[in-house]
Design a protein around this ligand. Sequence first.
Ligand SMILES: [Zn+2]
Length: 220
Amino acid sequence: MVQNGSITAFKNLFADNLPGLLVLCNLAGSQSRNCHLGHQIVDNDIEEFDRLIRSWASVDGVAMRVKGQEWLAISKSDICSLSETLSQYRKQQEIEVGWRSIGRKDGLTKINESSIKVTITRAARCLYTVAKVDDDQRLIDELFNNCYGFPPDKPIELSAILNSERLTWRSVSRYPSESPYSCLFCLGDKFDWYDGDSSVYSGTGICKKCGAEIDITAIP
Ligand SMILES: [Zn+2]
């Protein structure tokens, strides 16, 4: 696995803190939060979770942010207080999501848009295992290899997800049922895209069927 300096630093502290609950956490749905709420909000999320997990591990242990949105921790604290930490982090809010499409052809402009009120959830994923006195650093690698595809908000024991089906979790409850990716003039759905970013609704291109220009942006 790819190793960075922080993971190495944590591994060096690992043996001194055994036995304990070894925990790997990451923030779920950050990409969506970044898209809809902005990077400043995600920066605040990171700060807040960092404070919470450090506080949890401060009872005879240590927590470290080892990647952008990932933390390793080992502590003598119990699983109930770890659950409480995840609950404290969880937050839901209502936002508007949707799209606006502007089509231009032969001097004519057409506009279509669709947006709905939805719930966006902030949550952290947490995988843990009980590390014994004689466990070594390979246990940390095992957590990294398995920390994906299970719901956030609840600490999951490593052995419980090995060989179990992985699930997709979404922070945004739903999106408008209507898609913006059709031409406002001829209803064609194939375009030569020449601009846009990785947002849910983004793209500027030319309709392959009638040559209209289409420009799709997110609402708000
Ligand atoms: Zn067209």
